[in-house]
Design a binder for this molecule. Structure first.
Ligand code: PLP
Length: 475
């Protein structure tokens, strides 16, 4: 018997695993005798004890039987259990096949190895240590209050009330707790909305440019996705299809990633289009809390008299993305279907985090945190924009940058075919840069970068721009 050990885990585990594969794949017949522990130990160059432990494990799994005086034999493995462990499982659903065909994206920061020191990656949260102290206290208190029973599918009631009041105060949205469905972030909001509104093949429109993960979710679901361009006033509403579109995804308060705020005229045109064609609108309001203006423009939902807008909010930007909490303000006619979809998907979001978040909002700490973060983000934004204008102003054009945690930098002279080498050179200096064209369905005429600045301090941002300028000089 030739055994190849895989060097994973303890020795006896490796020996047992190797023999298990031989038995399951039928290379050692039922009833045949396994080598004596001494012989196998010598052959493998291991201690006899390791082989003994491996045999014990196989006997406990009933794959082998030890008999006093006659050694250890292979147990009876029926033909139905004889399987090839080398056979690959092939996903058979159309969903899995569609999902496989999409380029892979990972947002999980912890898994990105060798990150550059000055990483201008979009999606990095602004980390405020004070927030985590208060959050820890709220979580500890919530642990006592939340209780062990299953959550309500719609969400923890005090949190839904707190969200409804917050939206009334800050986004001009009139709703009550029953209209709020708590979900696992924007991504789950979209999955549930797809289940309730879309059959495979249904028409969906996204903005060009757009947020890739929502597009991927739509494509995996089987939607027929087209895109409509955006300009300096936001989505070009006149170019929307004239017939019913099941769903339109928009980021009116802060177009992603261009940074444009949709004008009031366009918002009203868009709502008229939805009412006229009977289409639904997914309003992705992902980061308006951090606007430089005293008050951002009101949400589309606050102007929606026909009840066609599904307003989706997230705590990924206002708090931190690992929280995985967000919400939908549901149109009345879709509310029950959305609740049902949530119940069938995961029964309900975790109560403890919901209770902590509810208390955090209700105590006023959330809005205090928002004010503090907004101030810090303005400092960081001003620092990076000023440095870019000073050190690279003749080489780049900076896109709209009065909100959120990112903006676009367009190169004035760099050609597309130099972009990869430019990014590579920046990386060798410890600067992480990311192209913006993958977010566009129609490739822009010149290359640009999507710059996320929330994760670096003011002085780190200044150094990042100095490195950027150094790369430009060598072009
Ligand atoms: C346009 C847009 N929408 C939504 C989100 C947040 O998604 P989630 O709530 O699933 O974390 C992001 C995060 O980067 C985003 O860029």
């Amino acid at each position: 018997m030739l055994l190849a050990l895989d060097k994973r885990g303890s020795l006896y585990d490796q020996i047992a695993r190797a023999i298990r594969v031989e038995i399951l794949e039928g290379r050692i017949a039922a009833g045949s005798k396994l080598p004596s522990t001494r012989t196998l130990a010598i052959a493998l160059g291991v201690s006899r004890k390791s082989v003994l432990q491996a045999y014990d494990l196989l006997c406990a799994e009933e794959l082998a039987i030890a008999r006093e005086g006659s050694g250890t034999r292979v147990g009876k493995v029926g033909s139905s259990t004889r399987i090839s462990t080398r056979t690959r499982m092939v996903p058979t659903s159309l969903y899995a096949l569609r999902a496989r065909s999409l380029p892979s994206i990972t947002l999980a920061g912890a898994h990105i190895s060798c990150r550059p020191i000055y990483d201008l990656h979009y999606g990095e949260p602004l980390v405020d240590p004070a927030l985590f102290h208060s959050w820890r206290r709220k979580l500890a208190a919530a642990a006592l209050r939340a209780g062990p029973t299953y959550p309500l599918a719609g969400g923890y009631l005090p949190l839904r009330r707190a969200i409804a009041e917050y939206l009334g105060r800050r986004r001009g949205i009139v709703c009550d707790a029953a209209d709020i469905l708590v979900v696992g972030g924007t991504q789950q909001a979209l999955t549930l909305i797809e289940r309730v509104l879309l059959n495979p093949g249904d028409d969906v429109v996204v903005e060009d440019p757009h947020y890739q993960l929502t597009l991927h979710s739509l494509l995996a679901h089987g939607a027929r996705v087209t895109s409509v361009r955006t300009d300096a006033e936001g989505l070009v509403v006149q170019e929307l299809p004239r017939r019913e579109t099941r769903l339109l995804l928009v980021t009116p308060s802060h177009q992603f990633p261009s940074g444009v705020a949709m004008t009031l005229t366009r918002r009203l045109e868009l709502l008229r289009w939805a009412a006229r064609t009977g289409s639904w609108i997914f309003e992705d309001d992902y980061d308006t809390e951090f606007h430089s203006r005293a008050r951002p423009l009101p949400a589309l939902r606050s102007l929606d008299l026909a009840d066609r807008v599904l307003y989706v909010g997230t705590f990924s930007k206002s708090l931190f993305p690992s929280l995985r909490l967000g919400f939908i303000v549901c149109p009345k006619s879709l509310r029950d279907d959305l609740y049902r979809a949530k119940l069938l998907d995961d029964i309900g979001s975790a109560t403890m985090e919901q209770a902590a978040l509810g208390a955090f909002i209700q105590s006023g700490m959330f809005e205090k945190h928002l004010r503090k973060s907004a101030k810090e983000l303005v400092n960081r934004r001003r620092a990076i924009v000023a440095a870019l204008q000073r050190l690279a102003g003749s080489h780049v054009e900076i896109g709209p940058h009065d909100a959120g945690m990112h903006f676009i930098v367009w190169f004035r002279h760099l050609a597309f075919d130099r972009l990869d080498a430019f990014i590579e050179r920046a990386r060798s200096l410890g600067l992480g840069l990311y192209p913006v064209h993958p977010y566009y369905r129609t490739r822009p005429t010149r290359p640009g970068l999507l710059v996320g600045y929330a994760g670096l301090s003011v002085s780190q941002l200044r150094t990042a721009v100095e490195l950027f300028a150094r790369c430009l000089e060598s072009e």
